[in-house]
Design a binder for this molecule. Structure first.
Ligand SMILES: [Zn+2]
Length: 544
């Protein structure tokens, strides 16, 4: 057992996090995200607001039988009773009880301005709404967290009422007071001072929780300031999802609390799952809004602290061998602690030392001739417009080929894609691929809503029967750039495609004067790399 002090994590990705534009989740997605959060060891998972929408009612109904959460406690979100209403016939409170979760979180007004103007009632009634609701939920056996909406703004204007609202909740047995920076405008020194005052008032009668939004770019800093002042629960969302600029990013604040501030945040051995869970959640929630969307545009931010693909990437140069000798001199924490890894970024500037480092990172022994070959190829291809820094998977394939490796998963005899405009003005796209796998030839036709989608579909139709693991590999981003004369002769198109298998993400590149050819190169590499990784996983499993 650890003797370190504990800070609980309360995840609100499935409620607050889904307020962000362009993110939508089915009930199925939400159940899968909850499993990932449990895998990471999050203490509380807010499932949604039963009653606010039918999807959330269905979520809690299915959660009862379908969700197995050994670590996390599921929380239903709601609000206090209506002004001048009764708790017994309040629909919101009834929905909360019917969700049958052990814990509930109810939003309450702690800013006098909102009570007087939004609820149109008196401050006494505002206080009674909190007291009655907590009492009712406690009488029904629930653990009750009270979410003090606009707490920091309210406290700045009328501290007396803000504290009365909290007091009403604590007297009736609330377990947690959630201090919310709902508009997201607070700064760390303000949060720290106010939380310290609240802590001095309540001492250990209740657990203080902090809920921040990132409108000043300070959500993580505000959460940490609150913990310094005595908060022992932090609310936030995976990958910083949430309305406007997002909620406190849990993938940043968790390692900060655990590795920098010395708190006990996740159960033993779970922090190492952070990068993987972050990727899984991004994959689940960043699906296209409908099945027509060809490719989506919300991959995990590569520059995300701790979990991003670039978080521990070193642009190789003169210092590369120094980095290799003393990694801790160049990295603020060991990336393995959060399940990430050191990555050396290679470009045409790379010398032998860099290529050697990269080959060691990949576990790919290379002799001097192979290294020289890679350096020459990099120079030649980058001159044509390739940019390998941005395409780690294409680089790995290039390096493997330099050692004499040739991928033999499949060969493509031909590929054709046709786009037609129909008389009604709609466009259709159809791709045909002729593929050999071993000595078996097959022809596959697929439709898509664009050429890349159609080619991807046709190639998958050919490969999936032989390589069923490919079903887990999804394209997550597709970027096109037109490069002009500076680096190449005439205008050429550079295509970068990102993909994920839910655990890792990778990027491939294609360059050609023809956008379809450039896309095809990137897509081809992406599939080959996916098959290579499936092979590696399979042989690792067989070796165990
Ligand atoms: Zn919020």
């Amino acid at each position: 057992m650890s003797t370190r002090e504990r800070v609980e994590i309360f995840d609100t990705t499935l409620r607050d996090g889904l307020q962000v534009e362009g993110v939508s989740a089915t009930v199925e997605d939400k159940l899968r995200v909850a499993e990932q959060l449990d895998r990471l060891g999050i203490a509380y998972i807010e499932g949604g607001w039963p009653g606010a929408n039918p999807k959330d009612i269905e979520f809690f109904r299915r959660a009862k039988t379908e969700l197995h959460l050994p670590t996390s406690t599921l929380v239903a979100f709601g609000s206090t009773r209506r002004p001048k209403g009764k708790v017994d016939d309040d629909p919101t409170l009834r929905n909360l009880i019917e969700a049958e979760t052990e814990a509930v979180c109810i939003v309450a007004k702690s800013w006098d301005y909102h009570v007087l103007n939004a609820l149109n009632t008196t401050l006494d009634e505002g206080e009674a709404m909190i007291a009655d609701s907590v009492e009712f939920l406690r009488a029904n056996g629930r653990r009750v967290m009270v979410d003090a909406e606009h707490f920091f703004d309210g406290y700045q204007r009328n501290p007396e009422f803000a504290m009365r609202a909290l007091e009403a909740a604590v007297v009736k047995g609330a377990s947690h007071l959630v201090l919310c920076d709902t508009n997201g405008g607070s700064l760390p020194h303000e949060v720290e001072a106010i939380v310290a005052t609240v802590k001095a008032h309540f001492r250990d009668d209740v657990i203080l929780s902090i809920h921040c939004h990132d409108d000043t770019g300070c959500a993580v800093a505000n959460a940490m300031a609150a913990v310094r002042a005595g908060a022992r629960q932090v609310q936030g969302c995976m990958n910083g999802l949430g309305e406007r600029t997002g909620n406190t990013n849990l993938t940043t604040v968790i390692p900060n609390l655990a590795l920098k501030m010395g708190f006990d945040v996740l159960p033993e051995g779970r922090l190492e799952l952070l990068t993987s869970v972050s990727n899984h959640v991004a994959e689940l929630l960043n699906r296209p809004l409908n099945h027509v969307a060809e490719l989506l545009n919300r991959p995990l931010n590569p520059q995300a602290p701790y979990v991003g693909a670039s978080a521990f990437a070193h642009k190789a140069g003169l210092h590369v061998s120094a980095i290799a000798r003393a990694k801790d001199a160049y990295e603020h924490v060991a990336p393995e602690l959060v399940g990430n890894g050191t990555r050396f970024v290679v470009s045409e500037m790379a010398g032998k030392a860099t290529i050697k480092m990269k080959s060691e990172e990949l576990g790919l022994p290379m002799d001097g001739a192979a290294m020289n070959h890679v350096i020459d190829e990099l120079k030649r291809l980058e001159h044509e417009g390739y940019h390998f820094e941005a395409a780690d998977a294409s680089l790995e394939l290039l390096m493997r080929k330099a050692t004499g490796w040739t991928p033999d998963y499949f060969t493509v005899e031909s590929m054709r894609v046709i786009t037609d405009e129909l008389p009604n003005g709609a466009f259709t796209t159809e791709a045909t691929v002729k593929v050999w796998i071993g000595d078996q030839r097959s022809v596959h036709i697929a439709e898509g809503n664009g050429p890349v989608n159609a080619i991807d579909q046709a190639l998958r139709n050919a490969l999936l029967p032989h390589y069923p693991g490919l079903a887990d590999v999804h394209l997550t981003d597709y970027k096109v750039r037109i490069l002009d004369g500076a680096t190449a002769t005439g205008a050429v198109t550079r295509v970068l495609i990102d993909a994920t298998d839910g655990e890792k993400t990778w990027t491939t590149i294609g360059v050609s004067p023809n956008i379809i050819e450039a896309s095809w190169q990137a897509l081809f590499d992406l599939i080959v790399y996916g098959l290579l990784k499936l092979d590696a996983t399979a042989s690792a499993a067989a070796a165990e």
